[in-house]
Write a protein that binds this ligand. Sequence first.
Ligand SMILES: Cc1cc2nc3c(=O)[nH]c(=O)nc-3n(C[C@H](O)[C@H](O)[C@H](O)COP(=O)(O)OP(=O)(O)OC[C@H]3O[C@@H](n4cnc5c(N)ncnc54)[C@H](O)[C@@H]3O)c2cc1C
Length: 475
Amino acid sequence: MRTSEEYKQDLYKLKPNVYVRGKKVRRDSPEVSGGINVISKTFDLVENPEFKDLLVTHSHLTGKKINRFTNVNQSAEDLLKKQEMVRKCCQVTGGCIQRCMGCDAINGLSVATYAADQEFGTDYHKRFLEYLKEFQNRDLVAACAQTDVKGDRSKRPHEQDDPDMYVRVVEKRSDGIIVRGAKNCITMASVADEIIVVPTRAMTEKDKAYSVAFAIPADTEGVKIIARTAHHRAPPEFNIPFNEIGDDENMIVFDDVFVPWDRVFLCGEHKQATMAAHLFALFHRHSYTGCKPAATDVKMGFGALIAEYNGVYDRHNIREKLVELAATAELVYAAGIASAVRGIKTPAGTFIPNEVYANVGRRHAGLNYYHDLEILAELSGGLPACLPFAEDYLNPEIKPYIDKYIKRRSDVPSEKVYRCLYGISNLLASSLGGVSAVAGVHGGGSPVMEDIAIWRSYDFEEKKKIAKYLVGIRD
Ligand SMILES: Cc1cc2nc3c(=O)[nH]c(=O)nc-3n(C[C@H](O)[C@H](O)[C@H](O)COP(=O)(O)OP(=O)(O)OC[C@H]3O[C@@H](n4cnc5c(N)ncnc54)[C@H](O)[C@@H]3O)c2cc1C
């Protein structure tokens, strides 16, 4: 297993193909350090006794010790541990742990490649398992590039005016394929070793060229990663864990990129491409039942703390709001547990979450993300949006005034109040807070995508039977 230092050194060796704010940057640029710091936690926490049991598991392929972020789930227990790992890791970073996407992609592909081989006698699954061994042995970090740029939303991939609106195969060669197109909103692609590409939607017979899945090193010739980064605001002298954390969301352009056959996992099998799209989303929504409760935990913690410092922790209006946050966090988490316990073992051996419970959990989290923020804003008053910058708080000429005028309870030192408000300010009024909020709604699929998944898998006929029985309707 790699250390965070080894991960960074490997990353710094990649050829520069990341663009931020008009410049091509190397991966050791401070521009992308926030994301690197987040991913580094997934390596560092392996040594922490509280996390070891969650983060370290054994490969079902090789029996070797692996990081759980590279694991293909074999049982309900695996899914439960992944969910708990995600929640705990996100509590440490105060937001998205950013390494689930690659993990969810390999889980989805493990099933879809097997299904393709069963139908067509291909050898995608064998290739995939070879890749998985490498992925696990090298403890790789992968971005999952699913979301195509999609052009006109009313049209399917093959109907678009510009055929490159969904990533597609433009040439098949004896040694591999050439792909073209772009993916949007891809988290941490600029700080990943690899990019795993899966289709973004259900494909039809006519969308065969778009029914493609593959994995490539992030600096492959022809790949351009255009990063939008977000951070919390403090200067380094204000030494707090929040200060290290950042995020990058990326547009990835595939400008006629060569992918060798051993890295191609689907190429033209539209039914299995559809399956890969659904399964990545399903595993990812199950991961959300870990990370979104953590996001609510963080808001709950700050909300309770500021109420305590304000001297109103025991008031009825405060209690009601905190209980509402707790109910959201634990309902979403409970849905994830149910989804694992009611999951199924597929013929490929991979254990997949129950679709209804994973989707209702993700849906509930998505619908409540802005409401959670609203509760935190209500609990904390207006100051998080108006708080003097940390640079001013550290200025000895100004600090005594700030300390005097942000004072709450006489027994709570002002610095504690400032730090608490500073944390809330980052959740409510920073660039990273804004990105996280949009991710809370759209990451893992917009709300309508969960509705579609629930509509597809929920047994409404059975509910009609209940109604008919109760009023004596016999068909
Ligand atoms: C911060 C963040 C991180 C993300 N990370 C990743 C990642 O790591 N990997 C990844 O692959 N993706 C990622 N995503 C992408 C995410 O999955 C998408 O944003 C989501 O699926 C919605 O797609 P879109 O943004 O293209 O929205 P659009 O498809 O443009 O949707 C906009 C609106 O139009 C509606 N709409 C769209 N099409 C139709 C239609 N045919 N009929 C009716 N209504 C329609 C939608 O319901 C929605 O309300 C991330 C997103 C965010 C915000």
